[in-house]
Design a protein around this ligand. Structure first.
Ligand SMILES: [Zn+2]
Length: 403
């Protein structure tokens, strides 16, 4: 696609203490500094002191089963994990959800809100087979110019409790999922050795990373982390495993938490929290960030059978994590913005991500004077750029209408 050169004039790039211009050419940042000249045919965006941030990274989403764009659907699930899984299976059938259409609706909304990269978990199981994955793959073919996406084959309905699921996960990786997911090896499957050995065997065979949902709390979750670490060590998979939610890290005494931190650092396990609602314990974000544990975040399910509350806005997500953690100071607020940008980009292995010359021009222009204010106010982006093209303006995605 042809690229026009763009000069963002009078901006405040994150990390600089003064205003600067950002020159974009051929899809990349060509220069950052004061008084840059716009090339002849280039377009000028007057930033008027807005910040320039790297594109937001929603590194834990579930775009395949969102109800976004459909009439409001009251939340009807019971309180337990199994209640929610069963409720979702029923609603998906009742509403005849199309993963291709629903993921397209949500992706467009995410673009409008400044997201340039998504890691999405996609349900794979005996009920849907690979059909959701095929739906999202078809959607992504039509949206590659607007967003980068990584897919996780996710066993939402369990692994060992549903024999045949491991084979389907293996097939999903061969069909295009880049990452392999898991789900509460103890709490759901009651067979942690079976699930983890099965997942790690596929990951080793296919050379893919792992990203495991772990809702199990307290010692059950901590024991699961140790079992994950044993397998990382045995297979040499350091830095290739992420744990999503990790509620257990929020419910341990100081000595046990310290053991877990050492484990996460030794095996370079990345941790995702999206800031769970309803008094659920969650990982101690500031402590983990200060100790150097890799952190990232994501929307999780956006208006789906798991929750109607999430919106797919990553600046709002950073705000919510800050709110939940009681962060008031600028460094605290910046931790959450890093989770929603650099943390997710590192997890996904995004090359040339950032705000320096040579980086891909995946950028958000947002009305705020500093990163902390951007999180606190979480305004809509004025412009969103993907590979140097403007793909959203004032909260509206600039995409052709859905067919
Ligand atoms: Zn999830």
């Amino acid at each position: 696609m042809p690229q026009e050169s763009i000069l963002i004039r009078g901006a405040r790039p994150w990390g600089l203490a003064h205003d600067a211009d950002v020159l974009i050419d051929n899809g990349r940042i060509a220069a950052v500094g004061p008084g840059l000249q716009a090339p002849g045919a280039g377009r000028i965006l007057e930033a008027q002191g807005c910040m320039v941030l790297p594109g937001y990274v929603d590194a834990h989403a579930h775009v395949d089963k969102t109800l976004w764009g459909l009439p409001w659907h009251p939340h009807q699930a019971g309180p337990t994990l199994i209640d929610r899984i069963e409720n979702e299976q029923r609603v998906m059938k009742e509403l005849r959800i199309s993963s291709e259409l629903q993921s397209a609706r949500l992706l467009r909304h995410m673009v409008a809100r400044g997201t340039t990269h998504v890691r999405t978990h996609i349900d794979v199981g005996l009920d849907m087979g690979l059909s959701y994955l095929h739906g999202v793959l078809a959607m992504y073919e039509a949206h590659r110019d607007y967003i980068d996406m990584e897919m996780v084959a996710f066993p939402q309905t369990g692994v060992m409790m549903r024999p045949g699921t491991l084979d389907l996960l293996d097939q999903a990786v061969q069909a295009g999922a880049q990452v392999l997911g898991g789900l509460d090896p103890i709490g759901v499957d009651q067979n942690p050795e079976g699930q983890l050995d099965g997942l790690f065997a596929i990951a080793e065979r296919r050379g893919c990373a792992l990203d495991i949902h772990l809702h199990d709390r307290g010692e059950v979750g901590a024991r699961t982390l140790e079992m994950v670490a044993d397998r990382i060590r045995a297979l040499g998979m350091r830095g290739r495993v992420a744990i999503s939610h990790a509620f257990c890290l929020g419910g341990l005494d100081e000595a046990r938490l310290e053991q877990m931190v050492e484990l996460l650092l030794e095996h370079d396990i990345a941790i995702m929290t999206h800031g769970p609602v309803g008094g659920i314990p969650f990982p101690p974000v500031r402590l983990l960030a200060e100790r150097g544990v890799r952190l990232f975040t994501g929307s999780d399910g956006v208006r789906d059978c798991w929750s109607p509350l999430n919106t797919g806005d990553m600046l709002e997500r950073a705000f919510l994590i800050s709110y939940l953690n009681g962060f008031r100071d600028d460094p605290g607020l910046e931790i959450t913005l890093r989770m929603a940008t650099y943390g997710g980009a590192q997890l996904m292995g995004v090359q040339d991500y950032g705000l320096t010359p040579g980086c891909t021009a995946d950028l958000v222009v947002v009305p705020a004077s500093c990163a902390a204010e951007a999180v606190a106010a979480h305004p809509l982006p004025r412009y969103v750029l993907k590979r140097g093209r403007i793909v959203a303006q004032d909260g509206q995605a600039l995409l052709p209408p859905l067919a």
